[in-house]
Design a protein around this ligand. Structure first.
Ligand SMILES: Nc1ncnc2c1ncn2[C@@H]1O[C@H](COP(=O)(O)OP(=O)(O)O)[C@@H](O)[C@H]1O
Ligand SMILES: [Mg+2]
Length: 258
């Protein structure tokens, strides 16, 4: 059995008297899609914010490849190989696709042109961006020089997901990536999620869309009222089961689905 790429143990996050997370464990293996589902306020966003360095948990531990990490901000998580695509789309609309892929890690020209004048090596970025997009099989993006503001919602999401998977990352976290997308675009983003998984990345997918979740998830972590109500798989349980556990109509025995 492969070792987890990302683990959370006993995460607690309180907002005054409001419980964001109450003793939550999470395990993510390389090469799998772990969906996180739950009603509004169940703690999904709080959970991924802790895993992506956007929030520091009050208690508990986070391990990457078995080693404890202490993220003080999103850059710490990125440095550890955890990339996050937030609900609010994290792209710069006026920049082209290649520039977006390299946002915050631009390639500088060699020598003093790069180190002193901060000049960008745009041809190297375009070439690497093209290679990366081809490797991922993103056929929906044709012109790497196209401004992101001229792309459709699904194409923008593809850019954000591609960026997340671009830099030797181990884990990609997606918070409701398809919430604002049409059916065809949703299909494209889900295909990209599967492609990243097949390349060995661990993917955490937060989604309200049960058919999407049951299409791509290997395992499903169910949050309820700040706690994990159980982990199931699309084979062990039906969508009706998942919704029943989410809403508290049904409880799982501790061993189900694992
Ligand atoms: N920054 C915050 N300040 C106060 N309460 C918060 C904050 N973030 C989340 N909460 C509360 O924590 C709980 C979990 O929220 P959240 O993680 O956003 O749930 P979800 O993403 O599953 O809808 C909710 O009760 C929410 O109101
Ligand atoms: Mg949320």
């Amino acid at each position: 059995m492969t070792a987890p790429v990302l683990e959370a143990k006993g995460l607690v996050k309180l907002f005054g008297r409001v419980v964001g997370l109450n003793d939550v464990d999470l395990t993510l293996y390389p090469g799998e899609v772990l969906a996180v589902i739950g009603d509004n306020g169940a703690g999904k966003s709080t959970l991924i914010k802790c895993l992506s360095g956007a929030m520091v948990p009050d208690e508990g531990s986070i391990l990457v490849n078995g080693s404890a990490v202490h993220f003080k901000g999103p850059q710490d998580a990125r440095d550890a190989g955890i990339e996050t695509v937030y609900q609010t789309l994290a792209v710069a609309p006026a920049l082209d696709i290649a520039s977006n892929l390299f946002l915050a890690r631009e390639i500088r020209r060699k020598g003093p042109l790069g180190s002193v004048l901060r000049m960008l090596d745009t041809s190297a970025m375009k070439q690497q961006a093209t290679e990366h997009i081809n490797r991922l099989g993103i056929t929906t993006l044709q012109n790497i020089g196209q401004a992101v503001e001229t792309l459709s919602g699904g194409q923008r999401q593809a850019v954000a997901v591609a960026r997340a998977g671009a830099f030797g990352g181990k884990v990609v976290i997606l918070d409701e990536p398809t919430a604002a997308l049409g059916v065809r675009e949703t299909g494209q983003v889900l295909k990209l999620v599967k492609d990243l998984r097949d390349q060995g990345l661990g993917i955490i997918l937060i989604s309200h869309n049960m058919p999407n979740v049951f299409e791509v998830a290997d395992r499903i972590h169910i949050q309820r009222l700040g706690s994990c109500a159980g982990v199931i798989t699309p084979r062990s349980h039906s969508m009706e089961d998942a919704v029943a556990v989410m809403t508290g109509a049904k409880t799982l025995t501790p061993t189900s689905g694992t």
